[in-house]
Design a protein. Structure first.
Length: 265
């Protein structure tokens, strides 16, 4: 309530940060936070809705993957769509709020290209003519680097970029702030690609392990007795899948030569 207080024209950053901390501290934090924020974003009071959208964007930047998973669900996306749709609150929501909601959803299609539901929701808005054209994301809107960063984050390991970013953020010139924003975007994109690569590697290794384990079990049975037709088919399917996974493993190994632990796995 304090972070979205409509009687205060400026953002209450202390309360917004405390809200983010609470979201990160609570196991149910992301889902509870989004229920509360959806209610505030749908408020008939323009300032309350705008403050809630600022809180939402700050959470996206500071509350990590669990929060990102929740915003990418239709359950929450539908709450945002209601603000734009004339069937729901679109007839009385202010243009400023609707414009900001459109901007938020569009920015997520850029930031989270892997989230199909976000892209589908945005395309549906365009198809229905609710969104006429892609909004232009403001260049001078500074996106803070995510606070919950993985170890060996680009924000920590690339000293040169980090120093340049710190210098640009201290500047009062709008050109420097725009440059800082572009640098943050490129660094976060790099971070996301790195994270996606790690995730792909973990998933592949897990799939290989499961397939090999199941294959071993079937081969053990085969030594002791004749396999049933269905088991023979399973064995053949597993063999074909393992054949396909082999070159992928070789590629993953060559990509992880500078990471002993990952290479060991």
């Amino acid at each position: 309530d304090k972070a979205t207080d409509p009687s205060i024209p400026e953002e209450n950053w202390e309360c917004i940060q405390r809200f983010c901390d609470q979201v990160n501290a609570d196991i149910e934090g992301p889902s509870l936070a989004l229920r509360l924020l959806a209610h505030k974003i749908q408020s008939p009071q323009e300032m309350e809705a705008l403050h809630a959208l600022t809180v939402l964007e700050t959470c996206v930047n500071n509350c990590g993957e669990r929060f990102h998973n929740e915003i990418a669900k239709f359950r929450f996306l539908n709450e945002l769509i209601k603000v734009l749709s004339p069937k729901y609150y679109g007839t009385w929501s202010s243009e400023k709020v609707k414009s900001r909601v459109t901007e938020v959803i569009f920015s997520w299609t850029v930031w989270f290209p892997q989230e199909v539901k976000i892209r589908d929701a945005y395309q549906m808005l365009k198809k229905q003519g609710i969104v006429k054209e892609d909004p232009k994301l403001p260049e001078d809107k500074i996106l803070p680097p995510p606070s919950q960063r993985p170890q060996n984050s680009i924000f920590d390991t690339d000293e040169e970029k980090s120093k340049l970013l710190a210098r640009l953020l201290k500047s009062n010139h709008s050109e420097d702030l725009q440059a800082a924003n572009r640098l943050i975007k490129s660094m976060i994109k790099e971070e996301q690609e790195k994270s996606a690569k790690v995730s792909r590697r973990v998933n592949t290794i897990s799939e290989v392990s499961e397939n090999v384990k199941r294959m071993d079990e079937l081969l053990e049975n085969y030594k002791r007795q004749e396999l049933s037709k269905s088991d023979q088919e399973s064995l053949q399917t597993l063999f074909q899948r393992c054949e396909k996974l082999r070159p992928l493993l070789f590629r993953l190994a060559s990509e992880t030569v500078d990471d002993d632990e990952a290479l060991g796995k």
